[in-house]
Ligand binder design. Structure first.
Ligand SMILES: *Cc1c(COP(=O)(O)O)cnc(C)c1O
Length: 413
């Protein structure tokens, strides 16, 4: 069980919602910091442990600054994400550049920044070499294909567009070495929103196996393995957060069994988690515009799937709190909707809530990853503001809401 709490008292939350234009995303700095510290502590036995925060989860410099202060690097997937990392002083090998279908211009930019370039494809060795030259340190993204089963969000590895096949892997390192690379890393990303810690432990075993195989076949020493992201969060109250200590000790056992005392020891182990680092600490704050009855009962919010696409895109559950009604019985079944001309613009279907009234403040939980960042402008909706709830409880605007002028700025008329 995970308790779905708000970072403010109900009265404070209601007051905040009424002092700002809603909807907005609110991020809880204290929660982010405490979680990052717990994560680093759990894995502190690992030589130069690092989580590269996946910038796409919440690409806001104020959030990246906090991640940096907690010792995280940045995992970037595009040139603008590289620039965001650079803006807060995350530089060089504290950046992993993990992209796919990558334009040459982005390889050039990543190389110039001395970011760790993580190639998604065997053909990208040529592309990178010809456009930017081979960097000293190169990483490859491994796709195990039929050897692993994926999970719902990321899908089955053999269907995935990502990574190099098992039979291509050794060739990749040999080629990169021939073109001048002298340092090597191995990456994978086979899980998304996974709550079962043993899956992460098995991913470590998989990468250790490949790193040893690469060494045996070529003498090439993998300097670090990147287990990717994919640590899930308990979106549902019935779910349990992943136990970092359990995952850590599971990985440690396998490390001691497989790597300790070999040429690869000390092998660095890193992650590039985004969701678990910011997801649970974001809240979409909205107000109720309409309550009505059709063939079902509806609550219409001033937020829409343009602010949070996950329920519409993946059928994801996001917990909903009706502020100041936490103790009332959830004896009404509602579809909670936004205003887009899309019938899947629903935050929840058949959700049991207390009786909702116009003007109620409704908070949608766990929007700190792939919330605002997945937002869009369909129906000419303006993207909302983002606020940071600081440790001293003050609230800082870290991204203003879009205006109509912003929306029209790219038009030629
Ligand atoms: C999205 C992504 C991540 C982060 O995944 P989370 O589920 O947010 O931890 C890490 N690496 C790559 C390559 C990704 O695409």
């Amino acid at each position: 069980m995970s308790e779905k709490k708000l970072p403010l008292s109900p009265d404070e939350m209601a007051k905040l919602a009424y002092s700002k234009e809603t909807p907005f995303h609110l991020y809880d700095e204290k929660g982010i910091r405490e979680n990052a510290r717990a994560f680093n502590k759990a894995f502190s036995w690992i030589h130069e442990f690092k989580n590269y925060y996946a910038v796409k989860a919440c690409p806001n410099p104020a959030i990246l600054q906090i991640m940096k202060e907690e010792g995280f690097g940045a995992d970037c997937s595009s040139y603008p994400e590289l620039l965001l990392a650079q803006k807060v002083g995350i530089t060089g090998e504290d950046i992993m550049f993990t992209s796919n279908d990558t334009p040459s211009s982005e390889f050039i930019a990543a190389k110039k920044m001395n970011a760790v370039i993580n190639l998604d494809d065997i053909t990208h060795i040529e592309t990178l070499y010809k456009s930017a030259g081979m960097p000293e340190l190169i990483s490859f993204r491994y796709n195990p294909g039929p050897e692993r089963t994926g999970n719902a969000i990321i899908g089955n590895p053999i269907e995935a567009k990502y990574g190099v096949r098992t039979d291509q892997l050794v060739e990749c390192y040999v080629k990169a070495k021939a073109l001048g690379a002298t340092r090597f890393a191995l990456h994978t990303m086979v899980a998304s929103n996974e709550l079962d810690g043993s899956y992460i432990v098995e991913t470590a075993r998989m990468l250790f196996t490949q790193a040893l195989r690469i060494y045996e076949e070529t003498g090439i020493i993998i300097e670090f393995v990147n287990l990717g992201g994919g640590i899930g969060i308990p979106y549902r109250p019935s779910e349990q957060a992943m136990d970092f200590d359990m995952v850590s000790s599971g990985i440690k056992n396998i490390y001691e069994e497989m790597i300790k005392g070999t040429a690869l020891d000390p092998l660095r182990i890193v992650f590039e988690c985004g969701r678990m680092a910011s997801g649970p600490f974001g809240y979409l704050v909205s107000k109720v515009l309409h309550v009505t009855s059709k063939y079902k009962e509806y609550v219409g919010l001033d937020a829409s799937m343009a602010n949070l696409m996950r329920p519409a895109l993946y059928g994801s559950y996001h917990h909903i709190t009706v502020v100041n009604k936490e103790d009332e019985e959830a004896d009404h079944l509602y579809d909670v909707t936004g205003s887009l001309c899309e019938n899947n613009d629903k935050f929840a279907i058949d959700r049991a809530l207390p009786e909702v009234e116009i003007g109620d403040v409704v908070v949608i939980h766990d929007t700190g990853a792939h919330g605002h960042s997945m937002g869009f402008n369909y129906n000419s909706k303006l993207r909302s503001a983002e606020y940071l709830l600081k440790e001293d409880k003050s609230v800082q605007l870290i991204r203003r809401a879009e205006t109509i002028d912003d929306l029209f700025a790219t038009l030629n008329y």
